[in-house]
Design a protein around this ligand. Structure first.
Ligand SMILES: [Zn+2]
Ligand SMILES: [Zn+2]
Length: 145
């Protein structure tokens, strides 16, 4: 029976070693994962402590509590939001009918009123009240004014 006892001890030692390795690996994984998600030192410390103290339960708790986005994803998300916001802020509207117009429209597509005009020299879109073209310095005064 002594041989069986040795085998059992051996199995316990191996599975213990395996669990210990798994535990250490999960600590390293947690450390890397939280580093990708937050710059907050206390949050990082908390995440690692959770896994160190509770092992697999700590990993599960961490997966529930961790920030949803990695820092890269959060950065990309903020860029998208910024672009959307800029588009909304930069939207222009016809002064007469409030129809949405593009920045380089010369005429409102809805009420056909002049929003801007084209420089007679370089054909670029210029504001109605400009006296000279900022692109080619051509005078924009109309002959009648
Ligand atoms: Zn209009
Ligand atoms: Zn011009």
């Amino acid at each position: 029976m002594e041989a069986l006892g040795t085998v059992i001890t051996y199995i316990i030692a191996i599975s213990g070693g395996f669990l210990a390795a798994l535990w250490v690996a999960s600590i390293f994984w947690g450390y890397q994962d939280i580093a990708d998600r937050t710059l907050d030192l206390y949050a990082r410390l908390f995440a690692v402590t959770l896994i160190v103290l509770l092992g697999p339960i700590g990993v599960v708790l961490y997966l529930v509590l961790r920030p949803k986005r990695t820092l890269d994803e959060a950065y990309e998300h903020s860029l998208t939001e910024e672009a959307l916001l800029r588009e909304i802020q930069e939207a222009e509207y016809c002064p007469k009918c409030k129809h949405r117009v593009e920045r380089d429209f010369v005429m409102c597509p809805n009420c056909h009123s002049d929003i801007r005009r084209q420089c007679p020299s370089c054909s670029r879109v210029v504001e109605v009240f400009w006296e000279r073209c900022p692109y080619c310095t051509e005078s924009l005064r109309r002959p009648d004014s």
